[in-house]
Ligand binder design. Structure first.
Ligand code: HEC
Ligand code: HEC
Length: 372
């Protein structure tokens, strides 16, 4: 009874906005409702200002790097590099994750060291291998001296130049990111829309994804929406296999001794290759999270090669082979004691492997493909 009333109400609510943009609705098919922080509502002014800040290269020590450099809309909001390149061509240790749909994640970064988009946006500016500033002051200085920004901050936040803080900058950027939502893939139209958009291989790939491949246990698909992530952290045998146990022991002792410092972890994660491989452990310092990384979304995955936190797998075929071998891209590698219990050899057939790749390629949003 309650359920029926609930769905009746939902139907009524959905019927209300008479001027719904059907094209945008189609783009959002398969995505959940977005949670927006009460203190940072989405307004057109915040989106426009955020987009400008996101693309401004002046907020880096060389004047050449913006957020968009590593999260390019026309590259699926990544840089398509194995590891990102920041100021002066300096490389980090990790692959740039997509900003598309990042608004749905319950933590930010591969190791979840940041709780939300507002906090996340503070860090690249001062990371030595990203935008390389010593602190946030030069950003505020540039903004206060730029009439267009002064006007925009007045209009958006009703602030005088001297009252603009870095938190207003990150609020605007986060708001822009919250509008970068991309669903409506062939899969969504088939699974949630009841259309016949998937071909036979893609449908078999879906069966392997939820069946023999056991992918869905982490890359979650729900009844009314799918983010293809459980928002949890797992060691699936990437990167950690390059580490010696002695390095892991030494580093874990160091991290356990030190007071937790988010900025320090941020810097080390991207500048020290070995620290980077500690993954979630560096944040929680639970041994069982050693080498654990956040399950990434698989939406738009065809647009964002190479793959994994270290960009070590070049193609979706390589990814599937990695899982098929039970989380060891190279079977001769050392035994990984931290491997997730959900990862074991799969014995997939050649056909199943091909179908899985076909299925993942059906997860691209036409709106994002159009930017390619
Ligand atoms: C030099 C390249 C580079 C620049 C510049 C850069 N990023 Fe990133 N971004 C990365 C990398 C690499 C990661 C992953 C780091 C990690 O997980 O430790 C990341 C992670 C993120 C994430 C987390 C996504 C997720 O799924 O967890 C968001 C959101 C993000 N960046 C937004 C931004 C914004 C906003 C800016 C500008 C203020 C920015 N980035 C500047 C490379 C860059
Ligand atoms: C135990 C949980 C788990 C299972 C099961 C799992 N994955 Fe993953 N997947 C992850 C995690 C965690 C990562 C990121 C790991 C890293 O970078 O170290 C990942 C990464 C990926 C990536 C790369 C994404 C990117 O943006 O770089 C792809 C593609 C992928 N998985 C597909 C699959 C497929 C296909 C299957 C089934 C054959 C599968 N996964 C099974 C947890 C899982």
């Amino acid at each position: 009874m309650f359920l029926q009333l609930g769905s009746l109400l939902a139907a009524l609510l959905f019927a209300l906005p008479a001027v719904a943009d059907t094209k945008e609705d189609a783009n959002l098919l398969g995505l959940p409702a977005l949670k927006v922080p009460a203190n940072n509502p989405i307004t057109p002014e915040r989106v426009t200002l955020g987009q400008r800040l996101y693309n401004d290269t002046r907020f880096s020590s060389t004047g050449k790097i913006s957020c968009a450099t590593c999260h390019e809309p026309n590259k699926g909001f990544t840089d398509r590099l194995a590891v990102s390149k920041g100021v002066n061509g300096l490389t980090g240790t990790r692959s740039s994750p997509t900003v598309a749909n990042a608004a749905f994640s319950t933590t930010q970064f591969w190791d979840g060291r940041s709780p939300d988009l507002e906090d996340q946006a503070l860090h690249p500016f001062t990371n030595p291998v990203e935008m390389g500033l010593a602190n946030h002051e030069p950003i505020l200085k540039t903004i206060r001296e730029d009439k267009a920004y002064v006007d925009a901050f007045k209009k958006t936040f009703n602030l005088e130049p001297n009252d603009i803080k870095i938190q207003h900058v990150t609020q605007a950027i986060a708001t822009f990111e919250r509008t970068q939502l991309f669903g409506g893939s062939k899969f969504d139209r088939w699974y949630y829309g009841g259309e016949n958009t998937l071909n036979a291989a893609e449908k078999r790939g879906f069966q392997a994804f939820i069946g023999n491949g056991r992918c869905v246990s982490c890359h979650v698909i729900e009844q009314t929406q799918a983010l293809f992530t459980d928002n949890k952290f797992h060691n699936i045998g990437v990167g950690i296999n390059k580490m010696k146990q002695a390095d892991i022991d030494r580093l874990s002792k160091e991290y356990l001794r030190a007071q937790y410092d988010q900025n320090e972890v941020d810097k080390k994660a991207l500048t020290d290759e070995k620290s980077s491989e500690l993954g979630r452990f560096a944040v929680t310092r639970y041994i069982f999270e050693m080498g654990g990384f956040k399950t990434p979304t698989l939406r738009n995955i065809d647009l964002t090669a190479p793959y994994m936190h270290d960009g070590s797998l070049k193609t979706l075929d390589e990814v599937v082979e990695h899982y098929n071998l039970g989380g060891a891209s190279n079977p001769k590698e050392v035994i990984n004691p931290y491997l997730s219990g959900g990862i074991r050899p799969l014995n997939l057939t050649a056909q199943e492997k091909k179908d899985l790749v076909a299925f993942m390629k059906a997860l691209s949003s036409p709106k994002l493909v159009a930017k390619k």
